[in-house]
Design a protein around this ligand. Structure first.
Ligand code: HEM
Length: 253
């Protein structure tokens, strides 16, 4: 209903702008939370196994339901589609618009205009890169875990995609949040110039932090996957299970 109104009412552009900001904020915050969860591998295989089981609802239902992961990934994919649809209105569409934009960027030397362009380019790349990752998760939700994920990263040769995705998504999310703050005047303080400077610094610190965390995490998956390549496909058996229960339990069942 809100969406239909947004398309037809005179206040449509404002509503669409708001929906775009809200979906963008949720996606950017999700990405940071996602990075912390995925980086559990840095604490060891058992820690990542535990996070996986939590997402499958095991602490609540007594057994893991990977379908929950599919549903969650579907929800994130829907948010991306909504966000991208709303953003598309602002993409330059014709050769003439691109020429004008380049002329403008060459003339004004305004950092925020460059950031907007980076946002357009990284957003476009995300259409393709994020879809590959999400489709994989939606269709194979049980294949997440210390060995299953690492095998996908190394033996499944996903690491080049993840490496590019990491830079693209962290730049896009960081710049996006910064632009939303400036647009709606959040955390700007009394002096907009000082506020902008403070937000720029915060943006780079956060982007750098998540890039370093992401690179270390990816390296950890690559290492586990490399060492496990001869047994790729075999599931992780947590230390607690293997001591107490010698039955062949997998990562996801
Ligand atoms: C906006 C959507 C998403 C983006 C852009 C994204 C991005 C990424 C990136 C860049 C990595 C590599 C990690 C690294 O470089 O350190 C990764 C790994 C991973 N992501 Fe996502 N992700 C998204 C959504 C999801 C969702 C919805 C889930 C689960 C419900 C998920 C689960 C995982 C898992 C388990 C890994 C570890 C490697 C693997 O199992 O393939 N991601 N993701």
């Amino acid at each position: 209903m809100l969406f239909k109104n947004a398309l037809t009412s005179p206040r449509g552009p404002a509503v669409m702008d708001m929906l775009q900001s809200v979906s963008g904020i949720i996606l950017a915050l999700f990405m940071w939370a996602h990075m912390f969860m995925v980086s559990s591998i840095l604490l060891g295989n058992d820690a990542m196994y535990w996070v996986t089981k939590m997402f499958e609802g095991e602490p609540i239902f007594g057994k893991g339901y990977p379908i929950l992961v599919s549903l969650f990934a579907l929800f994130i994919l829907s948010l991306i589609i909504l966000h991208a649809f709303l953003a598309m209105r602002k993409f330059p569409a014709t050769h003439r618009q691109y020429r004008t934009l380049h002329k403008h960027l060459g003339g004004v030397r305004h950092t925020d205009s460059y950031l907007w362009y980076v946002q357009v380019v990284t957003g476009f790349a995300l259409f393709f890169l994020a879809s590959v990752h999400l489709y994989q998760l939606i269709m194979h939700p049980a294949d997440i875990g210390p060995f299953a994920s690492s095998d996908r990263v190394w033996s499944g040769r996903m690491w080049p995609l993840y490496l590019i995705l990491l830079f693209v998504v962290e730049l896009h999310g960081g710049i996006g949040l910064y632009r939303v703050m400036v647009k709606w005047g959040w955390f700007m303080g009394k002096d907009p110039k000082v506020g902008r400077k403070r937000l720029t610094l915060a943006k780079w610190v956060l982007t750098l932090f998540f890039l370093v965390l992401g690179l270390l995490t990816l390296a950890a998956y690559m290492k586990v996957g490399y060492e496990h390549q001869d047994r790729a496909g075999e599931r992780y058996l947590p230390a607690a299970y293997s001591q107490v229960n010698r039955a062949p339990q997998g990562e996801s069942h």
